[in-house]
Write a protein that binds this ligand. Structure first.
Ligand code: ZN
Ligand code: ZN
Length: 407
C-alpha cells in the first residue's frame, strides 16, 4: 500500500483517535509484525506534541509458544512488573494506543484452561488499570493494520491478501488519495452525536428486537442510562475516539432485565476460535442456554469465567448500511465486525448511567449494570432487523427498520 496513505492513517489514529495534549505520554502496544506502522504512529505522536512515546511490543509466535510449552502455573499469576507498568503510567495520565493485529487462529488448540487462568489472573491484576480506562481517565484508542495470517484468513483466495486488506481497512476509516480524513471524521462524529442525542431524549425503558433469524428479545435499559458514541472526553481533558473505525451507538442493558432468544448474525472469533451460529436463551438477564455450531465449548467457557460473564453488558446500534457493512467482508476482527452490525456484549458494561463514572462497583451493580472480567461483542444485526423502543409512558417508537436507523 502507498506509504502516503499509510501515513495518513497513522496521523488519523493519533490526531483523532488519541488527540494528545502537549507533553502527554503515550504507550503504543504493537505486534512486531507491524513494527513499521508502529514507528509511523510514534513519529505522528511526537509531531502531534507527545512528550514521550513508549513502545510495548508483542509477538504472536512467542505468545503461542508460551501458551503451548510454558509451565502451567505461569498462567495462574500476572507479572508484578507488568502491573506496575500499567498502573504507574495510567496514574500519570499516559494515553494508550493499541495496534491490534493478530492471527485469528493463533491460539487454536491451546488448552482453554491456560487461557482462562491467564484471563482471570490478568483481569484481577489489571483491575485498577481497567477501571481507569473504562472511566476514560486517559485517552485510549484501538486500531488495526493487516498482517499476513489475518489477511489470508479474510481473503483466502487472493494472491495479494495483505494489499486487499489494506484497501478494505482504508475504506472503513474513510481514507483515500485526495481526501482529508480528519475533516471527514469530524462530520461523521457530528452525525453520530445527533443520533445519540435523539436516543437520549427518548429515554427508552425497553428495546424490542425482532428479525427472521429468530431473534425475539426484550432488553430493559437502566434508569438514568445514556447512549454513547464515537468520541469521548478523557479525564485528561481532550476529546478522543476509542475505536477506529467506529459506527456504533451504545449503552448498557439492565443486567437482569433481558428476556428472550437472540441469534448471532456473524461468527464470533474468540481466542483464535471461530464460533458459528450462536444462539442464546436469556431469562431475567442470565444466559440459561448457549449453543453454537462450532467451538461451542469455547463459548460455554467464555460465558462462565465469572458470574457476570453470563449476563449482557452492552447494547450497540449500527446501521446495516455503513462503510464496514458495505464492504461485505467478514474481518475476523471484532473492531471491524462489531461496527458492521448491531451487537450485544456478554460481560462487563461501560458505566453509561448518570454519574456512573463516580460510582463504586457496588453502586454500579445497584444501578443495574453488569460487571465481569470479560467483555465480548457478538453481532445480531441483519438487513431485516426491527427495533422498537418503548418509552416509560408505554409509547412505541420504531428506531430500526430493515436494519437501518429510521432517523
Ligand atoms: Zn460495541
Ligand atoms: Zn463491546
Amino acid at each position: 500500500m502507498k506509504k502516503q496513505l499509510i501515513e495518513k492513517y497513522a496521523k488519523l489514529i493519533i490526531e483523532v483517535g488519541i488527540n494528545p495534549n502537549k507533553g502527554q505520554k503515550l504507550v503504543i502496544s504493537c505486534p512486531v509484525e507491524c513494527a513499521e506502522f508502529g514507528r509511523l504512529c510514534l513519529s505522528a505522536a511526537y509531531n502531534a506534541g507527545c512528550g514521550e512515546v513508549i513502545m510495548s511490543w508483542s509477538d504472536d509466535y512467542c505468545t503461542r509458544e508460551t501458551y503451548l510449552k510454558a509451565d502451567g502455573q505461569v498462567f495462574e499469576s500476572y507479572p508484578t512488573w507488568k502491573k506496575l507498568f500499567a498502573d504507574d503510567l495510567a496514574a500519570k495520565g499516559a494515553a494508550r494506543l493499541s495496534i491490534y493485529a493478530t492471527d485469528p487462529e493463533n491460539l487454536k488448540d491451546v488448552d482453554p484452561k491456560r487461557i482462562n487462568d491467564f484471563q482471570r489472573a490478568s483481569g484481577k491484576a489489571l483491575e485498577n488499570f481497567r477501571m481507569l480506562q473504562t472511566k476514560n481517565a486517559f485517552p485510549w484508542c484501538i486500531a488495526s493494520v493487516p498482517i499476513d495470517s489475518w489477511a489470508e484468513k479474510v481473503f483466502p483466495k487472493s494472491e495479494n491478501a495483505k494489499e486487499e486488506l489494506w484497501g478494505a481497512i482504508l475504506k472503513t476509516v474513510r481514507i483515500d488519495e485526495e481526501n482529508d480524513p480528519v475533516e471527514l471524521w469530524k462530520e461523521h462524529i457530528a452525525l453520530l452525536t445527533k443520533r445519540k442525542e435523539k436516543l437520549n431524549g427518548y429515554n427508552f425503558k425497553y428495546l424490542k428486537y425482532k428479525n427472521s433469524l429468530g431473534t425475539d428479545l426484550t432488553v430493559e435499559l437502566p434508569e438514568g442510562h445514556y447512549w454513547e458514541a464515537a468520541s469521548e472526553k478523557a479525564g485528561t481533558g481532550q476529546i478522543f475516539v476509542p475505536n477506529l473505525p467506529t459506527e456504533e451507538l451504545f449503552t448498557a442493558p439492565k443486567y437482569d432485565g433481558v428476556n428472550g432468544i437472540v441469534y448471532a448474525s456473524k461468527p464470533l472469533v474468540l481466542d483464535g476460535n471461530v464460533i458459528e451460529n450462536i444462539r442464546f436463551v436469556i431469562k431475567d438477564g442470565k444466559i440459561v442456554e448457549a449453543s453454537a455450531d462450532t467451538a461451542c465449548d469455547v463459548l460455554k467457557n467464555a460465558i462462565s469465567v465469572d458470574e457476570g460473564a453470563s449476563y449482557l453488558g452492552e447494547v450497540a446500534l449500527v446501521p446495516y448500511d455503513s462503510p464496514i457493512s458495505n464492504t461485505g467482508i467478514l474481518f475476523y476482527n471484532t473492531l471491524f465486525d462489531e461496527n458492521a452490525a448491531c451487537h450485544f456484549a456478554f460481560g462487563d458494561s461501560y458505566p453509561t448511567v448518570k454519574d456512573g463514572d463516580k460510582m463504586s462497583a457496588e453502586e454500579l451493580k445497584a444501578a443495574g449494570l453488569n460487571s465481569s472480567i470479560t467483555h465480548e461483542d457478538f453481532m445480531v444485526g441483519t438487513p431485516d432487523l426491527s427495533i422498537i423502543g418503548v418509552t416509560h409512558q408505554g409509547e412505541e417508537i420504531e428506531i430500526f427498520k430493515d436494519g437501518n436507523f429510521t432517523f
